[in-house]
Design a protein around this ligand. Sequence first.
Ligand code: MLT
Ligand code: MN
Ligand code: ZN
Length: 298
Amino acid sequence: MAFRTHILGAAAGGGLPQWNCGCPNCNAARRGEIPAQTQSSLAVTGDGEHWAILNASPDIRAQLMDCAALHPTDLRALPLHSVLVTNGDIDHVAGLLTLREMQPFQLFATETIHGVLRDNPIFDALNASVVSRQPIALDAPFNLAPGLSATLFAVPGKVPLYMEGETVETQLLGENTVGVELIAGGKRVYYIPGCACLNDDLRTRLTGADLLFFDGTLWADDEMITNRLGQKTGARMGHMSMSGDSGSLHAFDGLGIARKVFVHMNNTNPVLRPDSAERATAEAAGWTIVTDGMEVTP
Ligand code: MLT
Ligand code: MN
Ligand code: ZN
């Protein structure tokens, strides 16, 4: 099968365990009782040979070491063709700094997100003469890698956390937060690691998909608050939660999606514990909770 996806990192920003977090999940991961997970990233190939990385996490160095399909094939020859970022959040762009070393690849993002990177001169470490930055318009298909077509589309979200002003629009539609449609070998796959809510446009778009990777940040909207780890709800962070009447477990019912997979789980999410009731509930609703290194074939 040529169309393959490889979970480089299953966790949200911070990872599991998060360096400063003493919550039960993080402590269980430190003790090796549940699997630790690195930060949000997915590798995809349409031809089994050329790969694209969707989101460059701060853990990318270790992620690449653990993924044989992405290892160098010659002195400086790599299966990596391109990197695409879906927003400007640190968990999705900080890994770009690791990808310096004069290695050519194409860097895809919306013009807005390229602007965020341009405004941070540290990203000039990716030498423009070897890493070509390609601005991608919404709803226009482009070649992400040989044999792999992609289309970016707006999903409800917000500006990166470090760019928030006094007031924050959490369901902004535009170039700040995008989802990716991937097409290869007649299969239609979606990658949406951050999404504030499921609107009619998304519902229509995703209906009948072969495979969906979706925002699994929180189980409950108030999880950070009830765990005494912060004041923000999932909604405030621009993430739709799994449970509840408007949660993703309900919202995706009846859309005829062949395979539904959660990615970008926050370390507080109980589904990260393989024996939790919440994990069983999510699986009973037809969802897979991925872990680092998993391959998912559409
Ligand atoms: C998020 O997904 O909400 C962000 O990654 C938060 C962050 O930048 O820490
Ligand atoms: Mn994130
Ligand atoms: Zn934690």
